[in-house]
Design a protein around this ligand. Sequence first.
Ligand SMILES: NC(=O)c1ccc[n+]([C@@H]2O[C@H](COP(=O)([O-])OP(=O)(O)OC[C@H]3O[C@@H](n4cnc5c(N)ncnc54)[C@H](O)[C@@H]3O)[C@@H](O)[C@H]2O)c1
Ligand SMILES: O=c1ccn([C@@H]2O[C@H](COP(=O)(O)OP(=O)(O)O[C@H]3O[C@H](CO)[C@H](O)[C@H](O)[C@H]3O)[C@@H](O)[C@H]2O)c(=O)[nH]1
Length: 330
Amino acid sequence: MAVLVTGGAGYIGSHMVWELLDAGEDVVVIDNLSTGFEWAMAPEATFYKGDVADRRLVRRVIRDHSVDAIIHFAGSVVVPESISRPLFYYENNTCKSRALIEHAVAGGVRHFIFSSTAAIYAAGDSRPLDEEALVAPQTPYGMSKFMVELMLRDVAVAHPLDYAILRYFNVAGADPKGRAGQSTKGATHLIKVVCEAAHGRRDHVDVYGADWETRDGTGIRDYIHVSDLVLAHRLALQRLRNGGGNLVANCGYGRGYSVREVIDSAKRVAGKDFPVAFAPRRPGDLPSVIANAARARKELAWTPRFDAIDDIIETSLAWEDSLSRKNSAA
Ligand SMILES: NC(=O)c1ccc[n+]([C@@H]2O[C@H](COP(=O)([O-])OP(=O)(O)OC[C@H]3O[C@@H](n4cnc5c(N)ncnc54)[C@H](O)[C@@H]3O)[C@@H](O)[C@H]2O)c1
Ligand SMILES: O=c1ccn([C@@H]2O[C@H](COP(=O)(O)OP(=O)(O)O[C@H]3O[C@H](CO)[C@H](O)[C@H](O)[C@H]3O)[C@@H](O)[C@H]2O)c(=O)[nH]1
């Protein structure tokens, strides 16, 4: 019996692979390496380079490895790109997920865990968002993900497949053992940007807006450590295998840090200063996005281990260190 991790060569997927291997699972990965890296994957996982919509490949992998569960990370994740290339996002995130779900049903896979996002919520005010908050995706990225949620609900009624839909808030950090981290090229995520600046790989950090209605004027987000996030997936897998039933749950900590607080943490933890510039607000940004993640804690008995911002920054900085060493060795 094996778990198929799609997108296992990417940032979150590569952490998932380690989490499953550490728990003694047999892991198989399908990834087309469009944004992932083969070297990022644990060598103990069986890797197939290919597309999640490739019928022959997916059905062969399910059969040959007796796959009972799929954890589906593969997709395109850059929100502004989804606005300029909506059809690509609907193809890669929605149509290809539909194909994967069809192959899963045909192959007798019983459990499906899906990477969804806080970007599906309307997020009109600054209150913590629970799973019943208004869903109204503001971008093709968010919509491309929400359509997969809808498909999974319908498929689970008609076929013997159950699901966990996990809606991530701002994912950050790296494996505390240094085995995985975020290697995305040209990343725009705040914590990655700040850690690159602390490393001298960027000459400064832009703060997008200091005039938001927040405690210090800068944007507030609920940063969740990637290792806590993949733990929630493993617990969701356990729940499905134990017959716990379908689940939709937010993944965040229920608290937020501002851009200024993140920058201060990076300077403190790195012991280095770097220039900060104040820039206009970024189109589409919101003042504050925070999860109410009570359901994940209760239903999954999930207890986060790395919820201090300094821990998130420390592991990210350590990963930037190892990337610098890799680059200078290459
Ligand atoms: N990073 C975040 O903050 C965040 C937040 C919410 C949701 N998510 C979701 O989590 C998942 C993983 O995100 P990530 O940050 O690790 O991104 P990533 O780009 O690092 O990983 C995605 C992986 O999927 C692969 N891939 C893409 N399309 C594919 C296809 N058609 N067939 C096979 N492989 C394919 C890529 O090569 C890559 O390895 C995504 O589905 C994303 O929407 C991420
Ligand atoms: O160089 C930067 C980068 C970001 N920010 C600010 O930092 C905060 C976080 O921005 P990120 O780009 O790190 O993340 P977002 O909140 O924009 O979006 C992320 O979280 C969303 C869920 O809330 C989606 O999941 C989405 O895929 C993911 O990119 C925002 O206030 C942003 O304006 C800066 O000030 N400077």
